[in-house]
Ligand binder design. Structure first.
Ligand code: G4P
Length: 527
């Protein structure tokens, strides 16, 4: 296969959802239909469950699972599909946002009874920022669900994207009869199958006027379906691939991942329409995946679970060229050459050493502390990939050393955990005190636990009354100097040396924004 064909057949995407909508179940069913696994249950849920286990044990269990499911790869209809896993708990949403920088499209799962939820909206915002193409899967139609037309309106309004239903449900809950595939124009009848395996003998009907359709659906359901389809044709536009590719139009599918239902339609359409690797933006120029020289960036770092091996895995998204084992590559931030003798690829629950990988692929590189999230590898060119977001955290605590004999270990531990992107660290200019900023409370626990278990260091937290952290800059030197002087005790620097304003309250932030009108405050910043 040529280099061009290798790139064109790759589909790298993520399944995202509000917790409990069915992300894990759908991912697993995609692997099942793709032939990567044969029995459901191979992909364990990486949700943090409140159970008999302590939260920490649960977090470790989840980390263990998420190493092996970070990238799930399979072949389907001559496409090479890479599914990038995202954390199941919203406290780790930042991880998900970063993973979204490494995909070319996403499938958003929505619970048919709940509709669009908070995390769905937030994730969609990140997709919108990057114009990522989106397919929506409305799940759990085997249970009572909202009316499909209402759901479409809700998705359109709440997710701020045009929609087009490419499949259509007949009933829901106890009256759920099946799904009409508008893409392949056939009706698939629902029967509760052996959920763990594939149902091979699903009845497909291509002619909705046929006696077969009437018998299978009953007169009223079949009339309703025909009416619905007619209405859809008048209300919704034709599917426009370009609009989808530009992230402006979302095809919507209906089904029940738990019952393997509607998943094949989704997958068949996905491999047809989802984009292959696209251009990526750097601080110097756009990188075309078809360029022969290697470029790539690290979007995720995973620490080894074995405390005796302090190495980590850095996940590199290949943006152009071919990644070859043992070939020297240039680490732009460190300004040095590195070679990798055992780069990993991932296949469902296995990982293996790979000799070459192509744009769209993810390789796992063993790392002894050389990588930070966002780092770029090239064949010598000095560029940095852009777009890995940091979000303004809203939970803050001072972090202090609780064991004076271990201060070196603590510094190293904090440094490495921040490189992994576990949370954000701010150092106050006025006194050098360190503040950890998080999105969710669980992150504080994770840091404390991992510092102790992986670095032998002890930390304690102290409360700090802060409302929000935001980055700022201005062309107006006078106003900038004035702001820096007046707010000096609230100014810190982040891990990259950027200035951050730590506002005590919503009021003080508003006052600062009003008074210093030539200063721009950012709640999200890209590397
Ligand atoms: P998540 O990763 O998005 O958080 O969701 P996950 O797939 O874990 O699914 C959340 C719950 O919804 C699970 O139930 C799962 O079995 C169920 N589910 C997924 N798809 C369907 C579906 O099509 N229909 C119905 N009725 N339920 C579905 P659970 O009780 O939390 O876990 P489990 O005991 O079933 O594993």
């Amino acid at each position: 296969m040529t280099f061009k064909q290798e790139i064109e057949r790759r589909r790298t995407f993520a399944v995202i959802a509000h917790p409990d909508a069915g992300k894990t179940t759908l991912t697993e069913k995609l692997l099942l239909f793709g032939g990567a696994i044969h029995v459901a249950g191979a992909v364990k849920s990486n949700k943090i469950r409140k159970s008999a286990m302590s939260d920490f044990m649960e977090i470790e269990r989840q980390r263990g699972i998420s190493v092996s499911t970070s990238v799930m790869t399979f072949e389907y209809r001559n496409r090479k599909i890479n599914i990038l896993d995202t954390p199941g708990h919203e406290d780790f949403a930042e991880d998900t946002y970063r993973t979204l920088t490494a995909v070319d499209s996403v499938i958003i799962v929505i619970d048919g009874a709940k509709g669009v939820e908070l995390q769905t909206r937030r994730l969609m915002e990140v997709c919108r920022m990057r114009s990522t193409p989106v397919i929506v899967f409305v799940n759990k139609l085997d249970r009572e669900a909202k009316d499909p037309f209402d759901l479409l309106d809700e998705i359109e309004k709440e997710l701020k994207i045009n929609v087009i239903p490419l499949s259509w449900p007949v009933g829901a809950g106890s009256s759920f009869k099946g799904v009409y595939d508008r893409f392949e124009t056939k009706l698939q009848l629902f029967y509760s199958a052996d959920k763990q395996r594939l149902a091979e003998n699903v009845l497909e009907i291509t002619d909705l006027e046929s006696d077969e359709a009437q018998t299978a659906l009953g007169e009223s359901a079949s009339k309703r379906l025909r009416d619905d389809l007619e209405l859809i044709e008048t209300v919704y536009p034709e599917f426009d691939r370009q609009q989808y590719g530009a992230g402006k139009l979302a095809p919507v599918f209906f089904g029940s991942a738990g019952n393997n239902f509607g998943v094949r339609e989704l997958l068949n359409c996905f491999v047809e329409i989802a984009p292959c690797p696209q251009k990526s933006v750097t601080d110097v120029r756009k990188i075309d995946p078809f360029e022969p020289k290697l470029t790539g960036f690290v979007f995720k770092i995973h620490a080894n679970l074995d405390p005796n091996h302090r190495d980590r895995i850095a996940f590199l998204k290949i943006c152009s060229g071919v990644f070859e084992r043992n070939k020297p590559y240039f680490h732009v931030a460190l300004g040095k050459q590195m070679r990798f003798s055992a780069p990993n690829t991932f296949l469902a629950d296995r990982k293996s050493i790979v000799d070459e990988s192509f744009p769209g692929d993810i390789v796992g590189l063993h790392d002894t502390g050389n990588f930070k999230i966002g780092d770029t590898l090239t064949e010598g060119e000095i560029i940095n990939f852009k777009g890995i977001p940091s979000f303004s955290p809203e939970l803050f605590r001072y972090i202090e050393n609780a064991d004076p004999m271990k201060s070196k270990q603590l510094t190293k531990g904090i440094d490495q955990l921040m490189d992994e992107g576990v949370a954000q660290l701010f150092t106050l200019k006025i006194n050098g005190r360190k503040i950890i900023g998080c999105v969710g409370m669980l992150q504080f626990d994770v840091i404390q636990y991992r510092l102790e278990h992986e670095y032998g260091a002890k930390c304690k937290y102290e409360p700090v009354l802060l409302h929000k952290a935001c980055w700022f800059d201005s062309e107006d030197r006078t106003q900038m100097d004035d702001f820096m002087t007046r707010k000096y005790s609230n100014i810190a620097i982040d891990k990259y040396g950027r200035n951050v304003f730590l506002a005590d309250s919503a009021y003080s932030l508003k006052m600062a924004e009003d008074k210093f009108d030539k200063i721009k405050f950012y709640y999200r910043i890209e590397n």
